[in-house]
Design a protein around this ligand. Structure first.
Ligand SMILES: [Zn+2]
Length: 167
C-alpha cells in the first residue's frame, strides 16, 4: 500500500459494519447515514496503544458533494491480524461513537416512527461521542494513592462484566 489512506473498495469493512448494525438494535439507526470506509496504512498510537480505528464527521460541503456523512477509518495492519470476532467488535466500537439526534417529541413515537433531526439543508443531525470509560492515570500514581470513588465503581463494573464473560 503506497498511499496513507485508501477507500476500501473490497467492501470488507462495510460488510462487518452492516453485520453488527443488523445484530445489535442500538446500532440500527446508523442506517440513516452514508459511510465512507477507508484503510489507513500508517500506524497511529495513543500512548502505548495502537489506534485501530476512528470515525469522523465529514464537513457539510463534502456531505453535500459526495452524499457521504461519516468516515470510518481502519488501521489496515491491525485489521489483518484480527479475528472475525475482533473485527466485528471494532466495528461495533466505531459505530458506537455516532449519536444520531432526534427531535424532542420523540418519546411519544414508536421506534419505527423515529425520524432523525435534520438541519436546514436536510442533512441528518448527529454528533460524535467520546468513550464513556476513561482512566487517564499513571501506574505509580494509582499505587501511591489508590482508586478514587469513581474508579472503584468502575472496578466493580469491570469485575461484573468480566465474571459474565469468563468461561
Ligand atoms: Zn473509540
Amino acid at each position: 500500500m503506497a498511499q496513507k489512506y485508501e477507500v476500501d473498495d473490497t467492501g470488507e469493512i462495510e460488510q462487518f459494519c452492516i453485520k453488527v448494525r443488523k445484530k445489535y438494535i442500538e446500532l440500527k439507526d446508523k442506517e440513516n447515514l452514508n459511510f465512507l470506509y477507508a484503510w489507513r496504512s500508517e500506524l497511529k498510537l495513543e500512548g502505548p496503544r495502537i489506534i485501530r480505528g476512528s470515525v469522523s464527521k465529514l464537513p457539510s460541503r463534502d456531505r453535500d458533494l459526495y452524499g457521504l456523512d461519516v468516515r470510518v477509518e481502519i488501521c489496515a495492519q491491525s485489521w489483518e491480524q484480527m479475528s472475525n470476532k475482533e473485527k466485528a467488535k471494532l466495528c461495533y466500537h466505531e459505530l458506537s461513537h455516532i449519536e444520531i439526534e432526534y427531535p424532542e417529541v420523540i418519546d411519544e413515537l414508536s421506534e419505527e416512527d423515529k425520524k432523525p433531526k435534520t438541519d436546514n439543508e436536510g442533512r441528518v443531525c448527529f454528533r460524535l461521542e467520546h468513550h464513556n470509560i476513561f482512566i487517564g492515570r499513571f501506574k505509580a500514581e494509582l499505587k501511591k494513592f489508590g482508586l478514587s470513588e469513581e474508579e472503584d465503581a468502575l472496578r466493580k463494573f469491570l469485575n461484573k462484566v468480566n465474571k459474565k464473560f469468563k468461561k
